[in-house]
Design a protein around this ligand. Structure first.
Ligand code: HEM
Length: 479
């Protein structure tokens, strides 16, 4: 009976084909036709009446995952009021889900609910052939020549942007990082110079759209809610982008937006205006909170380990002495080796996206369990990054574990996945590392970073993204 209800008129191949050609009417018809799968045969705590496990998940997701893993092993349900995903933990699960060899998993049905209305037609929610085609075109903007252009834009902005962080007392460092990334992002993503009221309007609209994505209720009828504000701001951003496109198509701008206006596919066709708008808006979003999260985790780690902080500073001074005003160039980036290990280690301990969802288009078997189609499955970087089978002292900040001598990350290709894996692996991961290194270069050459006296540990939430709950109170002292 259940099979009949769950299978109106679609075979798995039909839905894979619809996703491959991004045939949205068919995709939506499928979406409307599915019913929640039954998961009673799978292990997992039932949790509290009505709310299931949601309280424990929101309180401390990492602890909850550890407990359930101890009890049930790598596959278990996460009972929640509206939806009950199935957790699949560990490197084998990451490999199975990310590689997606049998086209079992869809990104569209997993991500669309979170991103719909704000970031329609984005790269992350596209699947199979359609995703491959779009990604291949966008990939051109992440090659060395483009990144050199991005670095030219970012150098003066990051240098100037960290001025004034030593305002005499403890600051909420996460707010400063967010602000810096917004102003840098307006330039490097949109090609908007931050001077002037137009730029402020765009930057404000952008922050509202980002805030809307994190609104759990997502009702635009509640006009004062972050989501409703974000929807209005979305129109502002969209109008701005569409108005700019004709002139950008002929510009030589080095920002992502201008580049997207010039990209051509294998038939030498340009992207349409709407496709450019959708891709650039999602890029802004995908880059912003993730990088804010990563830089916050790094600053906390450095403020907690002043000796290691000094080692990084010396690495920066070895590149350019303290008097030099020379900007960073592409070839400098690989020389910041210890800084690179630090970036990796911060993302190991505190991956921005602690969990990543996928949607099963067919029944499948994993680790002795049959998981029915139409189930949301969730893999976790956060969990895998702390498995003692792969990492020594996993809860300790220890960047040297990434050094070639120890290479702890090399036991299994899927044990370290802060940027995901497979076809959807973060397209901006090199950009993110470069931007992170540049930020630290300009910051550590100016300041010593210390923790606020009240701060003991990194207190953070993982939902919707990994952020410090206290805004990260730090104090900066000029060298
Ligand atoms: C430290 C910073 C970042 C982290 C931790 C991060 C993490 C991730 C992760 C985990 C995914 C995969 C999600 C999934 O498979 O469900 C992803 C995808 C993506 N990221 Fe990032 N990201 C970062 C920075 C950036 C930046 C700077 C950009 C753009 C310049 C960017 C653009 C994207 C895009 C477009 C996708 C979708 C890729 C696809 O579906 O093919 N990200 N990111």
């Amino acid at each position: 009976m259940r099979t009949l209800i769950n299978r109106p008129s679609f075979t798995p191949n039909e839905i894979v084909n619809a996703l491959s050609s991004y045939d949205k009417p068919t995709i939506r018809r499928y979406q409307r036709s599915v019913k929640q799968p039954r998961l009673n045969h799978l292990p997992g705590s039932r949790g509290m009446p009505v709310i299931g496990n949601i309280y424990w998940i929101l309180k401390d997701m990492h602890r909850w995952m550890n407990q359930e893993y101890e009890r049930y092993g790598p596959v278990f349900t996460a009972r929640m009021p509206v939806l009950s995903p199935v957790m699949m933990l560990g490197p084998d699960a990451n490999r199975f889900v990310f590689q997606n060899e049998d086209k079992i998993f869809s990104n569209y049905f997993a991500w669309n609910a979170t991103l719909s209305g704000l970031f329609d037609n984005n790269l992350l929610e596209r699947d199979f052939r359609d995703h491959k085609t779009q990604r291949k075109i966008l990939q051109q903007s992440f090659k060395r020549q483009s990144i050199e252009g991005h670095m030219d834009i970012m150098n003066p902005l990051l240098d100037k942007g960290v001025e004034g962080w030593d305002n005499g007392g403890s600051i909420r460092a996460m707010d400063y990082i967010k602000e810096l990334l917004l102003s840098t992002g307006a330039n490097v993503f949109l090609g908007v110079d931050m001077e002037g009221s137009e730029a402020n309007r765009i930057s404000q609209a952008f922050s509202q759209v980002v805030a809307a994505a994190g609104d759990p209720i997502k009702r635009k009828e509640i006009w004062f809610s972050p989501y409703a504000k974000g929807m209005r701001a979305n129109d502002t951003l969209s109008d701005f982008i569409l108005k700019e496109i004709p002139s950008r198509r002929h510009s030589q701008g080095k920002d992502f937006f201008s580049e997207f206006c010039r990209l051509r596919d294998e038939n030498n066709q340009l992207f349409s205006d709407e496709v450019i708008r959708d891709h650039i808006m999602f890029l802004l979003f995908a880059a912003h909170d993730t990088t804010t999260s990563a830089l916050s985790a790094i600053l906390f780690a450095l403020a907690s380990d002043l000796k290691w902080q000094e080692e990084l500073r010396q690495e920066m001074f070895a590149l350019r002495d303290s008097k030099s005003n020379e900007e960073l160039v592409f070839d400098d980036i690989d020389k910041l080796v210890k800084t690179g290990w630090t970036f990796k280690e911060a993302l190991r301990m505190h991956p921005a996206l602690a969990v990543m969802p996928r949607y099963a288009l067919k029944d499948f078997e994993f680790n002795g369990h049959v998981i029915p189609k139409n189930t949301i499955v969730v893999v976790s970087s956060l969990f895998t990054h702390h498995m003692s089978e792969y990492w020594s002292n996993p809860y300790l900040f220890d960047p040297l574990r990434f050094s070639p001598d120890r290479a702890e990350d090399k036991k299994d290709f899927f044990q370290y996945v802060p940027f995901g894996g497979g076809a959807h692996k973060c397209i901006g991961m090199h950009f993110a590392e470069i931007q992170g290194k540049m930020f630290l270069y300009y910051l550590l050459r100016k300041y010593t970073v210390t923790k606020s006296p009240k701060m003991i540990s990194y207190r953070y939430n993982n939902i919707p993204m990994t952020f410090p709950v206290d805004g990260l109170p730090l104090t900066f002292y000029r060298l």
